[in-house]
Write a protein that binds this ligand. Structure first.
Ligand code: NBP
Length: 472
């Protein structure tokens, strides 16, 4: 049995290849397989020291693994995952473990968990964040599914994960699709974080008319404070990257048409499906669509009016920049509050018990949204594991109170200057909606009852008792 491999990696593109190397770097004996041989060959050439066992067929690959077999799939989400499972199944035995480390949509993971458990195979949906660099040096790992498999794979996954303060950024999330759901929400928050930073850039560039050097040093300074995190750090670096093909900054030569692969959209859909307000995350997705429509915007420049009101001159812009920092921080708190509300919705909807504080901890390292601020979120859930909304935590209430004047002034300034800042403005509206003693929902109810006899509740009667008025 000694010549058998202890862990199998299937799918050797950037993520799988690097994850396999990460495992080998930690001393694990790893077998690898890829549908086509080219990627296997390239990996063997790139990492001869890893001692991989490389196999050409699913049968040889599965046969080379010690039982219970532990195989992580690192292939394209969707049909490729089902194809791999179908290819391995004839050679697997009850008790074997398949992990899907790709960005699979959580309903697919729920389905695969159920289908495979009928065959006695233990399936895990394992969210992995951190891109190719994270896969090699320590990603954030979010495993969910058949919990009986967790003690057997934990020594591998927790060893290769990022470590922060001696704690691995990998812990058990919950049943069935919980791991991939949490990864999806991570990506939704990532969309929001990126959009908020991009809106700050737009405000500095188009509202305050600062130049790239000035904007870069502002991001650099912010990365030393409450906004510190990986995205802020790489943003500051982007402002130092010269165009290798000519004069000036590379950023100025990049077409302003953002792409997306769909996980942000899934988060927006999950918010709609679970009736969870997540406007900042949804705005981030919508804004990518709108910005990607370069042709529409080109026509809009000619057709639409809208000269903004000039903001303070450059020399007097320090106060506006301070307000922007407040707005960015407060909006970020709102975006994370929405993300954690989505996790709470999953707990309700799917009966997946989730540990919010632990989820915040495993996002502290390895992943794209890693930031100092996640320690504060963990502390909030330590204070109250059942916290209804992150905004209600005492620490965050204090932070919001301190930053609210700047948040409001900056949002107003952006609107006056004609700079589109939907995520920042939407976050402020979310905040104000969460604190509205009396919303405008009474008028909506009146309208609904007027045109559709949908009935309404009265403030002076018990909840649940409904009324209809003769509006004419
Ligand atoms: P890709 O998502 O580009 O997928 C390529 C891999 O899928 C290749 O190994 C390819 O094999 C394999 N594959 C395909 Br396509 N169809 C297959 C099939 N029918 N049967 C078996 N294998 C098939 O790879 P990646 O960028 O390394 O990402 C892997 C997973 O990790 C994805 O789910 C991705 O969303 C996720 N992820 C990626 C990142 C990132 O930064 N790239 C970050 C986090 C998560 P072939 O060589 O034979 O074509």
């Amino acid at each position: 049995m000694n010549d058998l491999y202890e862990f199998g990696v299937a799918g050797l593109a950037v993520m799988g290849g690097n994850l396999a190397r990460n495992l080998a770097n930690h001393g694990f004996r790893v077998a690898v397989w890829n549908r086509g041989w080219e990627k296997t060959e390239a990996l063997l050439a790139r990492a001869p020291e890893a001692g991989f066992g490389a196999f050409r067929t699913p049968q040889e690959f599965v046969g080379a693994l010690a039982r219970p077999r532990k195989i992580i799939l690192m292939v394209q989400a969707g049909a490729a995952v089902d194809a791999c499972i179908a290819g391995f199944l004839p050679y697997l035995e009850p008790g074997d473990i398949i992990m899907d480390g790709g960005n699979s949509h959580y309903p697919d993971t729920v389905r695969r968990c159920r289908e495979l458990s009928e065959r006695g195979i233990r399936f895990l949906g394992v969210g992995i964040s951190g891109g190719e660099e994270g896969a090699l040096n320590g990603p954030s790992i979010m495993p969910g599914g058949d919990e009986s498999a967790w003690p057997e794979v934990a020594p591998y996954l927790q060893t290769i994960a990022a470590q922060v303060d001696g704690v691995p950024c990998c812990d058990w999330i919950g049943p069935e699709g919980a791991g991939h759901y949490v990864k999806m929400v991570h990506n939704g928050i990532e969309y929001a974080d990126m959009e908020l930073i991009a809106e700050a850039y737009a405000f500095l560039r188009d509202g305050l008319k600062l130049d790239n050097r000035e904007i870069g040093s502002i991001f650099e300074r912010w990365n030393g404070g409450v906004l510190a995190g990986y995205l802020m750090e790489i943003t500051a670096k982007i402002f130092r990257k010269a165009d290798p093909e000519g004069e000036g900054l590379l950023l100025d030569r990049i077409l302003d048409a953002p792409g997306q692969k769909g996980t942000g959209r899934w988060t927006g859909v999950a918010a709609l499906e679970t009736a969870t307000p997540a406007p900042t995350i949804a705005d981030a997705v919508f804004q990518r669509f709108l910005n990607a429509d370069v042709e529409l915007r080109r026509r809009g420049v000619d057709l639409l009016p809208g000269e903004g009101v000039a903001l303070p001159r450059k020399e007097e812009s320090a106060a506006a920049v301070a307000d922007l920092e407040s707005a960015l921080y407060a909006a970020k708190i709102c975006a994370y509050a929405q993300g954690f509300a989505l996790l709470k919705a999953a707990e309700r909807e799917f009966r997946w018990p989730l540990n919010y504080g632990s989820i915040a901890l495993l996002w502290r390292g390895g992943c794209i949204i890693r930031a100092r601020f996640l320690n504060d979120i963990n502390a909030a859930y330590q204070r109250d594991p059942e916290l209804e909304n992150l905004l209600f935590d005492e620490f965050f209430r204090g932070e919001l109170a301190a930053n609210l004047p700047g948040f409001r002034r900056c949002t107003a300034a952006g609107a006056l200057a004609g700079v589109a800042m939907p995520a920042i403005a939407g976050a402020l509206a979310y905040f104000d909606s969460c604190r509205a003693r009396r919303s405008a929902g009474n008028l909506i109810q009146a309208q609904r009852d007027f045109f559709g006899a949908h009935r309404f509740e009265r403030v002076d009667r018990p909840r649940g008792e409904t009324f209809h008025a003769d509006w004419m």
